[in-house]
Write a protein that binds this ligand. Structure first.
Ligand code: EPU
Length: 427
């Protein structure tokens, strides 16, 4: 098993370019199924979740051409059997997007229950509610969700809670349905807008993406397009926080600063200097940061996907910070690991932690428990004095393209080692 070995205490300095957004790309790659012609996707991040997504398309019969490491051509016309292979679907959460896309194109889908990061309970009841309203029946047997519809007919969908995946899946099922679908209480995350822009460029009729009411008028045909995926706001936010946490000075390039406003605001409150440019953001910090309270919210609030990284940064801030995350039931699995680095964090409840800033962290062996927890522990390792080993880095590779190369280019001392190498290091 590979691990990261980090010698911390070095401020990050220099420039880093952000890759395409994981959570937009997983949806858009799956959405090529709805196209009646081949599509070329650009700025596709080279990460594990995307590899799985592409493999699912290939195994179902799509022709795939990898043009370069971030560009892929998908011809979905060879897919004839809308059944997603069991082991692949269980590897990640975004396999749920094959429910909406296969239903939209074939009026039937068999997709194993999605896997993904263990962040607590992750039901798909709202996805199923949307499919049912549009005319599909569902059953769950042997861990496989089956959808069947004679016809999909546009209707009104009101979500009981704001769900990113549910909103995107409802769009997928509605885009070729007969008539008008209105989604209310829709999610507003940047990836919703990116998915709608992709489908509209193919000839779909989707209005209101990015607001909480989305209207979709079904169309019969979607043409092939070349489409570039938005930069990853969470990858950008992770480098912003890493820069501030190491008292560094980093220009983060190829970003949409508007998508980062809640992170920018909290970093400034913590005492970092953040300067916005058209497509870049400059983060600089000196001295000790200050306590800052965080409460995660749906977009445009502070994202749950940045909570572990920000909490790690706050572990050496002056004063006591309160961090609340209500989006998932278990997004604090990294806290025990952070304590190994010397952080003083106590759980107030399952959704709130209290962080009493300590002057410094010290290196230790820690384990990534999920994607963002893993990114947080890498930041912890960069902040800590001495050597930190981050185990189970496959979680991190699900969502960060070349994180070790990118950090090294900023001056970090981070190396990828396997069990044998790290054993030798310890001797
Ligand atoms: N929920 C339900 N029923 C549903 C759907 C969701 O109760 O049918 C609940 C969830 O359990 C959760 C809340 O609603 O408590 C929000 O879930 P949402 O559906 O918005 O999340 P998701 O679509 O499963 C995506 C991202 C996550 C990100 C969340 C929130 C992808 C592949 N995943 O998940 O990303 O945290 O939105 O923004 O897009 C990550 O990248 O590390 C990650 C976990």
């Amino acid at each position: 098993m590979e691990k990261f070995l980090i010698r911390g205490g070095i401020p990050l300095r220099g420039e880093v370019t952000i890759s395409g957004a994981k959570n937009a790309a997983v949806a858009i790659v799956a959405a090529t199924i709805l196209s009646d012609e081949p599509c070329v996707l650009e700025n596709v991040p080279e990460i594990r979740d995307i590899n799985v997504c592409i493999k699912i398309l290939y195994e179902m019969g799509a022709s795939i051409k990898i043009i370069d490491k971030n560009t892929v051509r998908v011809d979905p016309r060879g897919i004839s059997d809308p059944v997603v292979p069991y082991e692949l679907a269980r590897a990640f959460r975004a396999s749920s997007y094959f429910l909406g896309t296969l239903l939209g194109r074939f009026h039937r889908a068999d997709v194993p229950m999605p896997g993904g990061c263990d962040l607590g309970d992750r039901p798909i009841d709202q996805h199923l509610k949307a499919f049912n309203i549009l005319g599909a029946s569902h059953s769950i047997d042997g861990g496989v969700v089956s959808l069947r519809a004679e016809q999909l007919v546009g209707s009104q969908i009101y979500f009981d809670l704001v769900t990113v995946g549910g909103t995107i899946n409802a769009i997928f099922a509605a885009v070729k349905a007969d008539g008008l679908t209105v989604i209310e209480n829709a999610a507003k995350e940047p990836q919703i807008v990116d998915v709608a822009n992709f489908l509209n460029s193919m000839g779909a009729d989707i209005m209101g993406a990015g607001t909480d009411v989305i209207k979709i008028r079904g169309v019969k045909y979607l043409k092939g397009v070349t489409y570039g995926i938005i930069p990853d706001p969470i990858e950008a936010g992770t480098y912003m926080v890493a820069a501030a946490a190491t008292k560094g000075d980093v220009l983060i390039k190829g970003v949409i600063p508007k998508h980062l406003e809640s992170i920018t605001d909290k970093l400034r409150k913590a005492g970092a200097s953040v300067e916005e440019f058209d497509e870049a953001i400059h983060v600089h910090a000196e001295g000790r940061l200050m306590k800052t309270n965080i409460k995660t919210q749906v977009h445009p609030g502070f994202p749950t996907d940045m909570q572990p990284q920000f909490s790690t940064m706050l572990s050496t801030a002056e004063g006591v910070s309160v961090v609340t995350d209500n989006i998932f039931t278990n997004r604090f699995r990294y806290v025990n690991e952070l304590r190994r680095l010397g952080a003083n964090i106590t759980s107030e409840s399952s959704t709130t932690v209290i962080i009493e800033g300590v002057p410094e962290l010290s290196g230790a062996t820690v384990k990534a428990t999920d994607l963002r927890a893993g990114a947080a522990l890498v930041i912890g390792g960069l902040m800590a004095n001495g050597t930190t080993v981050v185990e189970d880095i496959f979680h991190i590779e699900r969502g960060y393209e070349n994180i070790d190369d990118k950090l090294r280019s900023l001056g970090a001392d981070i190396r990828r080692v396997n069990d044998y190498d790290s054993g030798r290091m310890a001797v």
